[in-house]
Design a binder for this molecule. Structure first.
Ligand SMILES: [Zn+2]
Length: 99
């Protein structure tokens, strides 16, 4: 893994850290995460950068664990019976929003 800084013209914009999964506000510099092959995976938040190599590895492994658990939950959800709202319920929701 390689991390490179660039100037961030969209300072203050919200961004999601690819390492820990947290939402943070961009500062003046943006830190992007690349594989050894040069593929960009996203950005790293300041806390991850400050945690150093071992901290980054550990935060990434925690995030992977959460993503796996979430994927398992989604998989379980996909095998539940589906109960979609009828058209009338959808119209009712739109009608209530318009008022
Ligand atoms: Zn992070």
């Amino acid at each position: 893994m390689k991390i490179r800084f660039h100037q961030e013209p969209m300072r203050g914009r919200q961004n999601k850290c690819v390492i820990c999964g947290s939402i943070y506000n961009l500062r003046q510099a943006r830190a992007s995460v690349y594989s050894q092959q040069g593929i960009e995976y996203g950005d790293a938040c300041p806390e991850c950068i400050e945690s150093g190599s071992e901290g980054i590895r550990s935060r990434l492994l925690d995030n992977i664990q959460r993503l796996r658990e979430f994927a398992d939950e989604l998989e379980a959800l996909s095998s539940e019976p589906m109960h979609l709202p009828g058209l009338e319920a959808e119209f009712k929701a739109y009608r209530n929003r318009a008022i």
